[in-house]
Design a protein around this ligand. Structure first.
Ligand SMILES: Cc1ncc(C[n+]2csc(CCOP(=O)(O)OP(=O)(O)O)c2C)c(N)n1
Ligand code: SF4
Length: 542
C-alpha cells in the first residue's frame, strides 16, 4: 500500500480521488484552498478526466455538486466555513432532495480566526441540515473519512458534511492509501421527482430524511469513527471531538489516557456511548475545537446533574482554537513551556506586498476622500482589506464577500452621499454583480472601485472567474458607458487617476472605476514559468 506525506487538506483530496469522484467544485478560502489545488495538480485527475476548475462562489459550487450527484456521479464540494453561509440555501435543500451519486461537502473551519471574519462551527450546519457529519482527528482519518463519506452518502442517499479545522488542514503526516475506486457510470435518479422540491414532494422527502435519523445514529455507533476507550480512573470521563482527541493523547506518555474517553469523529453522536461514559464517571470534560455543541447538549437547559466541564464553565477558554497546552490546563496537568519566541519573530501586522497595485489605488482614493467627511468607504474581502491598517487607513467596513456595494447603497439611501465601494475582481464575480444590479436599478449615488488585479490574490493567486470579463459584466449590468472608467494604478499616473476619482465621485449616480494592474506575485510566477518553458523548449537550428 502506498504511503504519502500529506497535509490534512491533501489527504482529503487524495481520499476523494481514490473514492472515484468525477468532479470537485470549490471556491478558494483558507484553510480549504489546498484541497481543490491538489486535485487540480494531480496526474490522477488528468488521467481520469476529473472536472476541477474553480467555481464563481460557494453556492454555484454546491449547486454544481448537486447536479453531478443527480447524474449519478460522485462530487466533492469544498469551501471555508463562511463559504457554507453562502452555499447554505442549496446545502440545506440538498438534505431534502437527498442524492443520487455520492455528494460530500467539505467545510474547513478556522477557530481563532487566523484568516477569517468569524470562527463559526460547521458542525451546527450538519445538525441543522440533519445529515451525517464526519470530523477527522488526524491526516489518516482525513483520507479514510473522505472515502467513507462517499460510501455513506450513497448508502443512505444523503449528502455528507466533512468538517476540518485549520491546524489539521495545514499540517502533514503519513497517509496510507487504499484501492482506487472507478468512477460511477452516469445514471439518473430512480424517482424522477426526487429533486423537485414542490411542497407536496418536499414534505414527503423531509419525512424521509427524518426517517433516516435512526440509521445515521446506528452508523455512527458502528462505523468505528466513534470509539469508547475505557480507562481506570473514573473520577473524570472525557469526550474529545476531532482534532481535540489528538491534543488529548499528546498529553500522556505512550498516549495512555487514564480516564475513560469517548473519541468522537462522526455525528449524530451515538447516545448509547455518551450514556455509558456519563454513567461511569464523576464528571465529564468536553474538548471541542469550536463551539461547545456537545457540552451544551450534555448540560441541557438547566444544568441540574453532574458536573460538565468545558468552554462554558471556563475549564477551556470560551473562544479560540484548542492546543495541547490548553487541553493540559483543562486536565490539571503541568503545562510544558516551549522556547521563548526570538524577538525577530515578533508579531507584525500584515501589509500589502511591495509594488502591489492596491497601494496606488488607495493613495489616490485617500487624496480624493480628503474633501469629504470620513466614514464613507465600504470595502470587501481581499488583499485590499489591508488598506484598513496603517499607513493607508482608507476603508470603513469589511463584513462579508460582496457587502461593499450593497452597504454603499444602504448608506447612500440613508444620506451618506457619495458612498464608495471597493471590491476585488474575484469578489466582484463571487457576489458583487447582484449588488451592482441593485445599484443600477436604484440609480444609487455611489462610486464602485473594482480592484482588478486579474487574480484571487488573498488566497494565493487562483484564477479569478472575472478574468478578462469585468468591463463587459459592468456594461451588461447596465452602468452607463461614460461612467465606466478604466485606470492603471501606478505612481506615475497618480494625478491622472485622482482626476478620474474626483469626476466620478461628483457624479450623482452609479459609476464604476476599474483599477487594472496584475498582482505582482502572480506576475512574478508567470514570468518564472515563461522563462522555464523557454529554457526547456527543444533547441532548433535556425
Ligand atoms: C464566503 C467567503 N469565501 C471565501 C473567502 C476567502 N477569501 C477572502 S478574500 C477572497 C478573494 C480575494 O480576491 P479578490 O477579491 O480578487 O481580491 P485580491 O485578494 O486579489 O486583492 C477570498 C476567496 C471568504 N473570506 N469568504
Ligand atoms: S498577493 Fe498580490 S494582491 Fe495581494 S498584496 Fe501581494 S501583490 Fe497585492
Amino acid at each position: 500500500m502506498q504511503k504519502l506525506l500529506l497535509l490534512g487538506d491533501e489527504a482529503i483530496a487524495q481520499g476523494a480521488l481514490d473514492a472515484g469522484i468525477s468532479g470537485v467544485y470549490a471556491y478558494p478560502g483558507t484553510p480549504s484552498t489546498e484541497i481543490a489545488e491538489y486535485i487540480q495538480g494531480s496526474k490522477q485527475t488528468k488521467e481520469a478526466g476529473v472536472r476541477s476548475q474553480w467555481s464563481a462562489n460557494e453556492k454555484t459550487a454546491m449547486e454544481s455538486g448537486i447536479g453531478m450527484s443527480y447524474a449519478g456521479k460522485r462530487a466533492l464540494v469544498c469551501m471555508k466555513h463562511v463559504g457554507l453561509n453562502v452555499a447554505a440555501d442549496a446545502f440545506m435543500n440538498s438534505a431534502i432532495t437527498g442524492v443520487n451519486g455520492g455528494l460530500v461537502i467539505l467545510s474547513a473551519d478556522d477557530p481563532s480566526m487566523h484568516s477569517s471574519q468569524n470562527e463559526q462551527d460547521s458542525r451546527y450546519y450538519g445538525k441543522f441540515a440533519q445529515i451525517p457529519t464526519l470530523e477527522p482527528s488526524n491526516q489518516q482519518e482525513s483520507y479514510d473519512m473522505t472515502r467513507y463519506a462517499f460510501e455513506l452518502s450513497e448508502k443512505f442517499g444523503t449528502p455528507v458534511l466533512l468538517r476540518v479545522t485549520t491546524r489539521l488542514a495545514h499540517s502533514r503526516a503519513g497517509v496510507a492509501r487504499g484501492e482506487i475506486k472507478k468512477q460511477n457510470e452516469m445514471h439518473l435518479p430512480s424517482d424522477p421527482k426526487q429533486f423537485i422540491l414542490l411542497p407536496a414532494i418536499a414534505r414527503k422527502q423531509y419525512n424521509a430524511l427524518l426517517g433516516k435519523q435512526e440509521a445515521f445514529r446506528d452508523d455512527a455507533a458502528t462505523s468505528g469513527f466513534n470509539q469508547y476507550i475505557d480507562g481506570e480512573n473514573k473520577s473524570m470521563g472525557i469526550i474529545a471531538c476531532g482534532l481535540a482527541y489528538n491534543y488529548l493523547i499528546e498529553n500522556f506518555e505512550n498516549q495512555n489516557v487514564p480516564y475513560p474517553v469517548l473519541k468522537v469523529g462522526q455525528y449524530p453522536v451515538p447516545l448509547d456511548m455518551v450514556n455509558r461514559l456519563y454513567d461511569s464517571v464523576d464528571e465529564v470534560l468536553v474538548l471541542e475545537d469550536g463551539y461547545p455543541i456537545i457540552e451544551e447538549l450534555l448540560r441541557g437547559l438547566l444544568n441540574l446533574s453532574k458536573r460538565v466541564k468545558g468552554r462554558l464553565d471556563g475549564s477551556v477558554p470560551r473562544a479560540g482554537e484548542l492546543n495541547p497546552n490548553i487541553v493540559a490546563g483543562a486536565l490539571g496537568l503541568k503545562i510544558e513551556q516551549g522556547f521563548e519566541t526570538p524577538a525577530i519573530l515578533a508579531g507584525r501586522p500584515p501589509l500589502l506586498c511591495d509594488g502591489c497595485s492596491h497601494w496606488d489605488s488607495f493613495y489616490a482614493l485617500n487624496e480624493v476622500m480628503e474633501k469629504y467627511s470620513r466614514g464613507r468607504v465600504f470595502s470587501d474581502i481581499g488583499c485590499y482589506t489591508l488598506s484598513a491598517l496603517k499607513p493607508l487607513e482608507s476603508i470603513n467596513s469589511c463584513v462579508d464577500m460582496g457587502a461593499s456595494i450593497t452597504m454603499a447603497i444602504g448608506a447612500a439611501d440613508a444620506g451618506l452621499i457619495p458612498s464608495v465601494a471597493t471590491i476585488g475582481d474575484s469578489t466582484f464575480t463571487h457576489s458583487g454583480i447582484t449588488g451592482l444590479l441593485d445599484a443600477v436599478n436604484n440609480n444609487s449615488p455611489i462610486t464602485i472601485l473594482i480592484l482588478d488585479n486579474s487574480t484571487t490574490g488573498m488566497t494565493g493567486g487562483q484564477t479569478s472567474s472575472a478574468l478578462g470579463k469585468v468591463d463587459d459584466i459592468v456594461r451588461g449590468v447596465g452602468v452607463a458607458e461614460e461612467h465606466i472608467r478604466v485606470i492603471k494604478p501606478l505612481k506615475r499616473l497618480h494625478a491622472e487617476n485622482v482626476k478620474v476619482y474626483k469626476e466620478e465621485l461628483e457624479y450623482n449616480g452609479v459609476s464604476v472605476i476599474i483599477a487594472r494592474r496584475e498582482c505582482v506575485q502572480t506576475l512574478r510566477r508567470r514570468m518564472k514559468d515563461i522563462a522555464r518553458l523557454k529554457r526547456e523548449a527543444p533547441k532548433t537550428d535556425a
